[in-house]
Design a protein around this ligand. Structure first.
Ligand code: ADP
Length: 531
């Protein structure tokens, strides 16, 4: 904590030295002067917590000194040393708000006790200021909790600032992203915006340190030009407090008093600093929230467009594709030689196209909740073997080895056979696709309670950890689709997940880059249904 500052004014050298020595031994920071005028000058230069002054001094007596310094700092605590006390001076001193009397001659103990007592008051006052600042801040944080609408938040900040400093007007001038003022927010009943004009508002928005006008202490030699401009538009009593987020300036809060004899107390400035510190965080958060919300809305719209696209693509492609395939198949029967070979290629690719369209349709029905499960007793081992045989030519082509371990309790479970086939063939074809030639694939099946678990493990390329969550999203592919070497459009796993979700199972993947992946899914109540 910074040391507390005491200004001592005493014309008797001996007493002055005693005061300095005693107070410094108590760890106060002491400035000592020999008369009232010098005390006033010192107070203009810097701010003190406590004034210890002799009553009778040449040039300016102690009470007048206290009065003038209190004008500068209403919060300063004053202790007056006096050798003779009359009723009249005592009354005047009380009227001036003198806090303690110390009657000469005093012992060192009397001096330190009186100062300590007065300092306690200083601390209490400071505490009070903090408390005063905290109550509206508490209100503000309540507002912030209950609203993330920036407009409402700004209005509340202005309300608190104006109310707590008893200002006549208040305005917030906020910077936009390119550091130009974005908006001047003013209390509804105020005309600040018109008073300031655009140029002055821009200038003010960039003020980086708190400035209170009129200056309590001597104004700096080079006071910024906007202070003069404020005076020109009729603003003579104001506090400008910057708002800074963690990373950048956000703008400023301006409070104004209309009447020249009205001044702001230093505690107002302190309270505004605290308020602006909190407000800056709240405003930044509200803005971030709005940005997130905007991004979320955009994502929702994109998602809607994706669904729309799937819908249109699936339905609109189906009919022309069916016609194309019908005619191509007929022609294939009629043509031979190189024309026949070409027609074969056309039919092969049309079949691939039909598979894609079917994938789109399956996903569309799953997402629209239009798919109904049809559980039936199903032999898992047989289904796995059927699926493998469908991919046989690919597996052989890559010289891969597929091993199957199905627990003997498992073979028959109640499940939608067609959908389980869809899941298995997607997982197995991915395993084949993403495993280099000569690699291994293991399919396992076992029971855990009433649930059946099936896993497909490969020794393939693996999936980076940060992609694992995303691969179940529609159209998501780890590799960029433009540069990718694998076929597919990124729908397989979203269909798999859609089906597993439908029977309320779980699917997850464990993977290590370069070492392989294991996809495992559950079929809950697979046995119970059979009972
Ligand atoms: P597609 O296979 O058509 O690209 P999927 O939805 O089946 O679409 O898979 C999405 C992505 O997940 C794949 O593009 C691939 O990047 C990754 N992936 C899926 N299965 C595996 C696997 N067994 N090994 C490595 N990566 C995989």
């Amino acid at each position: 904590m910074a040391r507390e500052k005491i200004l001592v004014a005493e014309d008797e050298e001996d007493i002055l030295q005693i005061c300095i020595r005693l107070l410094e031994s108590q760890d106060y920071q002491v400035t000592a002067v020999k008369d009232g005028r010098l005390a006033l000058e010192a107070a203009r230069r810097e701010r003190f917590d406590l004034l210890l002054t002799d009553l009778k001094m040449p040039r300016l007596d102690g009470l007048e000194t206290a009065r003038r310094i209190k004008e500068l700092y209403p919060e300063i605590v004053c202790v007056v040393m006096t050798g003779f006390g009359t009723m009249e001076t005592a009354i005047r001193a009380l009227q001036l708000g003198v806090d303690e009397f110390l009657v000469k001659p005093f012992t060192p103990n009397m001096l330190t006790t009186a100062v300590a007592k007065a300092m306690e008051k200083v601390r209490l006052r400071r505490e009070n200021i903090r408390l005063r600042a905290l109550i509206p801040l508490f209100e503000l944080s309540k507002t912030f909790m209950s609203t993330v609408a920036t407009g409402q938040l700004l209005r509340r900040v202005l309300e608190i600032a104006q109310q707590e400093t008893r200002a006549d007007k208040a305005a917030l001038i906020l910077l936009s992203k390119n550091d130009r003022p974005l908006a001047v927010h003013v209390r509804e009943d105020s005309d600040i915006e018109a008073m300031l004009g655009d140029e002055l508002a821009i200038e003010l928005a960039q003020v980086s340190e708190q400035v209170a006008i009129p200056f309590r202490q001597k104004p700096p030699a080079l006071s910024p030009p906007w202070i003069e401009q404020l005076a020109q538009v009729g603003i003579h009593t104001a506090i400008v407090t910057p708002l800074r987020s963690k990373t950048k300036p956000l703008g400023i809060l301006l409070v104004i008093k209309d009447h020249p004899q009205d001044v702001f107390a230093p505690s107002d400035a302190e309270m505004l600093s605290i308020l602006c510190g909190q407000a800056a965080i709240a405003i930044e958060n509200a803005r971030l929230f709005e940005e997130i919300q905007r991004a979320y809305e955009e994502l929702k719209e994109l998602d809607r467009l994706k669904s729309e696209f799937i819908n249109i693509a699936a339905h609109e492609l189906r009919t022309p594709l069916a016609i194309l395939m019908g005619h191509a198949s007929l022609l294939l029967e009629e043509l031979d030689g190189s024309a026949g070979q070409r027609m074969e290629i056309i039919v092969r690719h049309a079949v691939r196209l039909r598979e894609l369209v079917n994938d789109l349709l399956t996903l569309r029905y799953l997402e629209a909740g239009m798919t109904r499960l049809r559980p039936e007793p199903c032999d898992v081992r047989e289904l796995v073997e059927t699926t493998m045989s469908e991919l046989e030519f690919l597996i052989q082509d890559k010289g891969q080895v597929v091993n199957v371990f199905i627990e003997k309790e498992l073979p028959f479970i109640m499940v939608d056979r067609q959908r389980l086939h869809l899941v298995l063939s997607n997982l197995l074809s991915n395993a084949v696709k993403f495993t280099p030639a000569g690699g291994n694939i293991i399919i396992r099946g076992w029971l855990e309670g009433n649930a059946a678990l099936i896993s497909v493990q490969d020794s393939g390329i693996g999936i980076p950890p940060h992609e694992i969550e995303k691969i179940f999203e529609r159209f998501y592919q780890v590799e960029d689709s433009l540069t990718r070497e694998y076929q597919g459009i990124g729908l397989g796993l979203s269909i798999v997940k859609g089906v597993v979700d439908l029977w309320q199972g779980r699917i997850w993947v464990e993977s290590e880059l370069g070492a392989g992946s294991t996809f495992t899914f559950t079929i809950p109540q697979a046995v119970a249904i059979m009972d």
